[in-house]
Every structure is written in structure tokens, then in C-alpha cells.
Design a protein around this ligand. Sequence first.
Ligand code: CS2
Length: 418
Amino acid sequence: MEIGVLHLGLGAFHRAHQAVYFNQAIANGHPEMAIAAVSMRKSEVADSLRNQGYSYRVVARDGASEESTTVTAIKETYFYGRDLKAIEAIAISPALKAITLTVTEKAYRIDGSSSFPNQLVHLLNERFKSGAPGIAVICCDNLPSNGDSTARMVNHVASELGDPPFLAWIANHIRFPNSMVDRIVPAITGDSITTEPFSQWVIENDPISKYLAGTGAEFVSDVRPYELAKIRLFNGVHSTLAYLGELIGTEYVANAVVDPIIGPYIKAMQEQEIAPSISDPAGIDLISYAATIRKRISNPTLKHRAEQIAMDGSQKLQQRIINSMNDLATKSLPAPRLGVALAIWVHYLATNPRVSDPFATQLIPIAQLADPLLAVTGIFDHPTFSTKLDAKYLPQIAAALAELRNREPLDVLKELEQ
Ligand code: CS2
């Protein structure tokens, strides 16, 4: 079996999203789309998938219907820390068409705290030395212009090797199409993966479309409007619900989004703040798209825990919330609800005993500063945010933080919608 796709980051999302598209491609007559999938941090998932013969079930549920698909597209699994030789052999194979990535937002840091950029560049360097033809590297993480970001990261790390021919080879032979991915896939419990019926994958035009035609993957010349709409209207709301859920003790975001106080707050945030932040939605009806998102998040069969989504806020909130506010600032528009969402995150950092974030030890003491304005200014001035939040929103966020410290979060939200 020749492997055509090397996937890095063997989590639930890959198995219930990209692997399903490649599974369909294989069924459509493209056995070249067989996947070798690599666990980057722990060996367990790679090993247990191998032990079950690489086949698994994806069950799409929405309370009314249930559809089960058996996925057999993954043909080999590896653990990066143990199986590097085998992974390198795939990386240099002439049959390889693409490397796909789901390694989470924090892995793309190039400040030395993530080893992923070096690992990816290592595999590309092996391919360069082997003389094998070019491939696509398709980022499937929720980053803005994720292909461009991956290319920048690869170039930065590769340029440190002091090998101009390698850099030129990357520029001429490695494609980094931007892509927008969307499907709710909570962490796996049990032997099948539960997800929702909805799934979307929009990829910038690329020769890989030849294999993915008829799988549901969409190819477009510009992914940006899709990705802005998705990251801001879906993930921005998801993070808000997660921190709110953690503050008030709502375990699943599905319950939070239908709450009689939280629901109207989220709807108004989407319609009155996030949608106007997107200047050129390229034909996407943002209001009905937002309504679909609220409905999807309310899917009662998906036990998507607030605690899971709350992870790594410092790596997510730039693209999910801060960029929306900065775009509103350039239009001199207010952002009271997004501001409250950021205050909710700061309050969560200060009060939650189980914050999981690569910058937790730096951010928590700042969030706990007695003066709310110092707390908020210190948090949003942190170097992890590549673009600073427009300073004119800081007093409003500090005021919301002061309220959250003294009152019930739901009372604060209720007042916003009066
Ligand atoms: C979630 C996403 O965990 C998170 O940060 O917001 O995984 C979300 O479920 C997906 O992006 C939906 O497509």
C-alpha cells in the first residue's frame, strides 16, 4: 500500500474530519489517498489504532438522526518520538502527495517552546535531500491564513539551517494552500468517535483537488472570507461559552448556548459585533451562518466540555476575538459584548484552579492584580498576542472585569441585553 498522505497530529479531529474526506476519495477510486498518521506527543493513540486494525467508526448524531461511517483510510500509524525512521521513509516517498497538519494552535510558535516547526522542517529537508517531487502541506488548524502562517514558520526555521538551495526548493516545490476546517469533534470517549452531521473543508485551489473531487471538500481561489467567518463567528463564540461555562459551572457548551440569558448575549455578539467586523464576507450570509452555528453548538448529543475548549486561550483569542475587535475599532464601532468575553477570560484565568495554557504561569498573576485596569492592560500587552488589542477597549474590559469580580456573571450579561 503506497501512502499518499502523511498526517501529523493524530487526534479525534483528524479522524472525524480529514480522514473521512480521504476515505471518500479512496472509495471514489483514488487509493493514492491512503494515510499514514503520526501522533506527535504520546504513543497511545497511534498504538491503539494499530491494535484495532486501523479501522474505526465515526458516528454523526444530532439528536434526531444518527449516521455511522467506517473509516479505513488510515493504513499506518506512528509515534514521532519513537518511529522517526519509518516517518522519514514516507516523507521522502515519490508517492507522497500531501502532509496534513492538526497539531493545535500552540504548536506553530517559533519561539523555541514548540518543537513542531523543527519536526516539520526536518521531514521537508529529508524530502529535499532525496530529490523527490514537491507536495502540498495543508494546515488544518484554526489559524487565520493557516497555510500562509505555516509557510512563514517553515521558512523562518529553514532559514536558520543556512542552506539557500533548501529554501529555494521550499519556495518552488512546496505548496501551502490555506484551508478552513469545521466539524465539532469532542474528545473521544469509548471506541467510536461521536461528531455532528455537519462537516466543511474549504481549501485554496491546489492540484490536490484532483483526488478530493466528489468528497465534499470545496476548492476556492480565496479562503479568507470562509476562515474569518468561521473562526470569529464559531470559534469566538465557542471560547466565550467555554470560559463562561467554567465560571458558572456549566459543564457542556451545548447547555450554555441555549440558556435564556447566555443565548441572547451570544446572538447579539454575533449579529451586532462579529458580523460587522467582517468587511467582505464574499456572499456568505453571516446572520444565517451565525444562526446555524448556534444550532450546531446546541446539539445535545455532543458532550463537548467547556473545559476542553477553554484550553490554550492565549493561543486562540487573538484570531477568535481580538482581531474582530481591532477591525471594529478601525470602523469606530463599539464592542461591548466581545469586551465582556475578554473580561470573562481574564476572570477565568484569575479564579480557575485548572487553567491549561502554555502561558498560564505568566498570565495568572497578572489576571489576579487587584487593579482591574492593570490586570487587563498587562494581559493584553503580553507578547503572545502578535497584534495588540486596540487600547481604547481596555477601560471597558476593566470595568467588565470589576463587575465580574463583584457580581454573578449572568447578571452582568443580562444587563448588557437590556
Ligand atoms: C473548539 C474547536 O476546542 C476548540 O477550541 O473551538 O475545536 C471547534 O470545535 C472546531 O473548530 C469546530 O470546527
